[in-house]
Structure formats: structure tokens, C-alpha cells
Design a protein around this ligand. Structure first.
Ligand code: SF4
Ligand code: SF4
Length: 117
């Protein structure tokens, strides 16, 4: 599974010179990674993918998922990583959810009582 260049790319061309396999090209004015040449930098002298490591943008180079769930989790982790106050994220989520749920229950309460009568 190769890396790909996204719409976040600002065409700085930094990745073109650092890719050890020459997989990054300019096609019709856009930067593009040839999936047949991209090795994820595995087997090179680098320990991390150079295009992603050096890209000055956020998500200018991203790993292309090989299946649906890998893509789902990659997206989930990316979004989660951007959240602030991560420590209490689920506490706040649960409090908000339970509050809304109990509001809806209270709204339906009269209907339930009427139905029983
Ligand atoms: S390093 Fe990032 S911003 Fe620069 S050309 Fe490559 S993908 Fe685009
Ligand atoms: S992951 Fe490595 S081999 Fe693949 S395009 Fe990026 S720099 Fe090149």
C-alpha cells in the first residue's frame, strides 16, 4: 500500500527530492506518487516515510488504506488526534449523549403515560 498526495499539497516539491525510489512525479502540474514505485520507504536507509515526514502541510501525504476498515481506523485516529482535551473526550461525549437521551425520554414520557391509560 502506497502513500498518496492529497489536495492539501502546496507544491513545495520537497518530497520529490527526498523520495528514495523516485516515486513522486509531477503529472499535469500535480504532484503524484506512483504506487508501483512507492515502497513506503521500507528497505531504504530511512526509518519513516520521507514524503510524509518532510511535508510542511497537514496530511499532504497520507498512507493509502488497503481496505475499508484500515481506512476507517486511519481516519478515526486522524480526527481523534486533532481533538483537543483528549483526556476527557469520552467523558464529555457520554455526558452529552446521556443528557440528550434523558431529554428525549422526558419529552416522550407523557405519550407513554397516555398510552397506558
Ligand atoms: S512535500 Fe507535501 S506539500 Fe510539498 S510537494 Fe510534497 S506533498 Fe506537496
Ligand atoms: S513513502 Fe517513501 S517511497 Fe513512498 S513516495 Fe513517500 S518517500 Fe517515496
Amino acid at each position: 500500500m502506497a502513500y498518496k498526495i492529497t489536495s492539501q499539497c502546496i507544491s513545495c516539491d520537497l518530497c520529490l527530492s527526498v523520495c528514495p525510489t523516485g516515486a513522486i512525479k509531477i503529472v499535469d502540474g500535480n504532484r503524484w506518487i506512483d504506487p508501483a514505485l512507492c515502497t513506503n520507504c521500507v528497505g531504504s536507509i530511512y526509518t519513516v516515510p520521507q514524503c510524509k515526514a518532510g511535508c510542511p502541510t497537514c496530511d499532504g501525504c497520507v498512507k493509502q488504506p488497503s481496505d475499508y476498515w484500515e481506512g476507517w481506523f486511519a481516519n478515526y485516529n486522524r480526527v481523534l488526534g486533532k481533538l483537543t482535551n483528549k483526556e476527557d473526550y469520552w467523558d464529555r461525549w457520554f455526558n452529552c449523549y446521556s443528557k440528550k437521551f434523558s431529554e428525549q425520554l422526558q419529552k416522550r414520557q407523557p405519550q407513554v403515560i397516555e398510552a397506558k391509560a
